[in-house]
Write a protein that binds this ligand. Structure first.
Ligand code: GFP
Ligand code: GFP
Length: 836
């Protein structure tokens, strides 16, 4: 029946409620209103930044209206909801994406034109929301876009860092310098502070078991801080569905200590307030100090506690018994960072809701799902027991209890197998003892997945092998990562998107939400006119990149060359090292040639962009080498027409949007078995760039989709890597023997061809001794693959065919496909239609 109007005069309300502004006059009116009132400016004193802000606020108005309708519908319909807990959301810019998803791009350009501004320039005013590091955070952002686009009731929960990932500067010597990223400085039009949504979060204090025959305890004392919600609207593409990303900011509970201040003790007056605010001030505080380590754990608990409190409150609003929690709530743990949510839910259930332990554990293990993103041992989180005892004493008790019941069950299944118990215990012995968070995430979850086929297999056969034997293989499966074709094709490559729509003869509204449709274009690879258009678009994208580099760095790029790109976090396992050593090899080869011979060479421009973790010394040394090699190469009159090298500083989502559409070939060359999936590989391929890579992560599945003849694979395979590594340590062979070509490269670096060779010795020694990442072992095979790329590029027509085939077989890698797998096979979620 008809619901009763909640308050006041229904007619007065309804007459005054705003509708979406979707036509040019309405949009212009709204923008001008924001210029006048929100910004207190006028046509006389409005610059691009102000115009961007007014346009953004007007778009936000539309988003809020859709968001309100969506949230109200969720509240009414009470669907099962999923929550994506991620410490990183690498959102990038929001305006262009919101305009695309609202289908208002044309109207906004027209309106801003009328007001005397160019939309392109306004888009450039926006700062990236860089609340993340790399692939893991960008994946979370793609999944939010896809959830809303697939009309799924999914919210994200994260932290509102005051400073995002550091801004990278390169010193004249080629050193990475880190500067803070004050992304909130100019105000953030995309967030809504929710002063009505706050929770207290406790740290320290003491935990006393009641010992009254229940498992309950009382946790009291310590420090309390306030979590304050900020909501970021996540519009679905061509749908009203608009989801929420709720980010928490930490605030002091009591604020300013007026007594201390009045007593003249200013420091003390601000002390507690500063320590509370520090929790959400930076992304990944350096954890090389005890202080930094404690701060990280504080962040993790602060965020999971606030998020769970919010979910429990929302669940209670529907008035169902707590045992039905998993029927209404699914929580996805994005890596181990949110694992504290498991003991926190147990604490809420046992201590606050008086639920018996076994029931509480059943609720918990039916609610959580855990995604693993790496099998590298150093990346698997562990927390020292003494730290947990100090910061979260009640949670340590709960973890001990979980462990005790768990090990009892293991003992029952494998009686007397003490080694197995030690291997599987949540507590790792040592000084100090450590809590193994991946194991806790695994046993506390209903399902566990890796992010590409190979990686999910490795999860089962290496780090969680014992758990597969104990719990059965059914709990462990795979969801191959995906990327949103909205940002990573339509937004970053509008011309290619238009060509696709024209050739499919359907509006992008259709194929952007059904990426498998691209397959229909495969026959056009044989159509010369289509190939010509395709190639021209690639060329214009290369020129766009060259323009960007010219205006930002003042460098001139040869756009007639092949563009070869590697962009990702700087890490030894990703092997930017192999790439730069390959570049040096190419340089030496060019130098060996006569001028006549060189003329036959295919010119190449190599691009790198990457940030290194501030404390990761070898990674920073690799950046330094790249920068100094670039300096020599780009200035060498003999070779610079055939080989150029650029390290583009301050890698970001926005920079990736310019680089990816411009690439002819991109490199994904991790040591086999180390890159869980990779997602930029999918982005390059979707934009018609070919892939040069190892048989690793999602490269393998990309190869399956596009066919082996359209990709360039090289290097040792995963099953061989372990043996090679073993030999490198126990039966080492000199680099000269494994690869004379590499030996020569290392020696010119040592001898100072790129500046003081001594500086690079520590890096070169990682290859000469131990060579954990198989640089020398894979080098010749890599050089051979580069040669195959050169040869293939000589046949331009065939190359374009490969490019077309590559892009058109990327349907599988839409994040819409991935998110539907999570919704159907993990969360058991149904789409919710939002009525107009
Ligand atoms: C959400 C939104 C609120 C909105 C309601 C609508 O609340 O702004 O009024 O949905 O029912 F945040 P919770 O789901 O958080 O209660
Ligand atoms: C991590 C893994 C990648 C994977 C992403 C998303 O990303 O292989 O594609 O998570 O699952 F290493 P990075 O932080 O390394 O970029």
């Amino acid at each position: 029946g008809k619901e009763k109007w909640p308050r006041g005069d229904e007619k007065t309300w309804k007459e005054n409620m705003r509708a979406l502004e979707t036509d040019v006059p309405g949009i212009s009116r709204n923008i001008v209103n924001h210029v006048q009132t929100s910004l207190a400016r006028q046509a006389y004193n409005l610059d691009d930044l102000g115009a961007y802000q007014a346009a953004a606020l007007s778009v936000r108005d539309n988003l809020i209206l859709n968001w309100n309708d969506t949230q109200l519908q969720y509240t009414r319909k009470e669907p099962k909801r999923a929550y994506y807990l991620s410490l990183e959301f690498l959102m990038g810019r929001a305006l262009d994406n919101a305009l695309l998803n609202l289908d208002l791009k044309k109207q906004y350009s027209e309106s801003t034109d009328k007001l005397g501004f160019n939309m392109e320039d306004l888009l450039e005013q926006e700062r990236d929301a860089a609340l993340g590091n790399g692939g893991l955070g960008r994946l979370a952002a793609c999944y939010l876009d896809s959830s809303a686009s697939m009309e799924l009731p999914v919210w994200g929960y994260g932290l509102r860092y005051k400073y995002g990932i550091f801004q990278q500067l390169i010193s004249p010597e080629g050193q990475q310098l880190e500067a803070p990223d004050p992304w909130l400085e100019n105000q953030n039009p995309w967030e809504l502070p929710r002063l009505d949504v706050q929770y207290d979060v406790r740290f320290y204090g003491s935990a006393d078991r009641l010992n009254d025959g229940t498992p309950r305890a009382v946790w009291s004392g310590g420090q309390e801080v306030v979590a304050q919600a900020y909501d970021v609207m996540i519009p679905g593409c061509f749908t009203k569905s608009t989801n929420n990303l709720r980010l928490w900011e930490s605030k002091p509970k009591r604020g300013f200590d007026l007594n201390s201040f009045n007593a003249g003790d200013y420091e003390r007056a601000v002390e507690s307030s500063n320590s509370a605010s520090a929790i959400t001030s930076v992304l990944y505080p350096n954890d090389h100090t005890t202080f930094g380590k404690e701060l990280r754990l504080k962040q993790q608990y602060f965020w999971t506690a606030a998020s769970l409190a919010d979910m429990i409150r929302r669940f209670k609003n529907i008035g169902k018994p707590i045992t039905q929690f998993p029927e209404y709530v699914a929580i996805q743990l994005n890596d181990t960072h949110p694992t504290m949510a498991i003991p926190e839910l147990m604490r809420i259930l046992v201590d606050e809701e008086d639920v018996p332990w076994d029931t509480a554990w059943q609720i918990t293990t039916n609610t959580f799902f855990y995604t693993n993103h790496t099998v590298l041992p150093e990346a698997l989180e562990k927390w020292p027991v003494p730290l947990m005892q100090h910061l979260l004493p009640r949670h340590l008790q709960i973890i001990y209890d979980i462990n005790m019941y768990f090990l009892q069950a293991v003992e029952k299944k494998f009686p007397g197998d003490r080694e197995r118990l030690a291997r599987m215990s949540l507590i790792e012995e040592g000084f100090p003892q450590q809590i193994r968070m991946a194991f806790l995430a695994c046993i506390g979850s209903r399902k566990v997945n890796g992010v590409a086929e190979l990686h999910s297999e490795l999860v089962k056969t290496t780090i969680l092998k014992d758990f597969v034997e104990f719990e059965g293989a059914g709990k462990f499966s795979n969801v191959t990562n995906g990327i949103t074709p909205r940002r990573w094709l339509d937004q970053c490559n509008p011309e290619l998107s238009a060509l696709i729509s024209k050739s499919l003869n359907v509006p992008k509204q259709v194929w952007l939400k059904d990426l498998f449709m691209l397959k229909k274009l495969l026959p056009l690879a044989e159509d010369a006119a289509f190939r010509k258009e395709w190639a021209e678009i690639k060329q214009r994208n290369k020129e766009r990149l060259a323009h960007h580099v010219r205006t930002t760095l003042g460098l001139e790029i040869n756009t007639n060359a092949m563009f070869d790109v590697q962009i990702k976090r700087l890490h030894e396992y990703k092997r930017q090292s192999l790439n730069i050593l390959g570049v040096i090899h190419r340089y030496l080869t060019l130098k060996d040639m006569s001028a006549e011979e060189r003329k036959k060479v295919n010119p190449r421009v190599v691009f790198f962009a990457a940030k290194a973790a501030p404390g990761y010394w070898i990674a920073k040394l690799i950046i330094r080498l790249i920068v100094n090699v670039a300096r020599i190469l780009n200035a060498d009159p003999e070779t610079k027409d055939y080989l150029q090298l650029y390290f583009l500083p301050d890698y970001s989502v926005s920079l990736a949007e310019v680089l990816i559409p411009a690439s002819d070939i991109s490199q994904h060359i991790s040591t086999a078995g180390t890159e869980a999936s990779g997602t930029s590989n999918m982005k390059f391929c979707l934009n018609g760039g070919l892939l040069l890579g190892t048989v690793d992560g999602a490269n393998i599945e990309i190869g399956e989709e596009v066919g082996e003849s359209n990709v360039f694979f090289f290097g040792y395979l995963t099953p061989e890597v372990e043996q090679v590594r073993y030999n490198n340590i126990y039966h080492p062979r000199p680099v000269e023997e494994k690869s004379p070509a590499l030996a020569r490269v290392l020696s010119v670096v040592s001898q100072g061809m790129f500046g003081d060779g001594g500086i690079y010795e520590p890096f070169l020694n990682t290859i000469r001794q131990g060579d954990y990442y198989l640089i020398a072992d894979d080098f010749d095979s890599y050089i051979n693959a580069l040669k195959m790329v050169d040869d293939a590029y000589l046949d331009k027509e065939e190359w374009i065919k490969k490019s077309i085939r590559t892009a058109c077989t990327m349907g599988k890698f839409s994040s819409d496909r991935a998110i539907m797998e999570y919704a159907e096979s993990y969360w058991n979620l149904e789409p919710v239609k939002i009525p107009a």
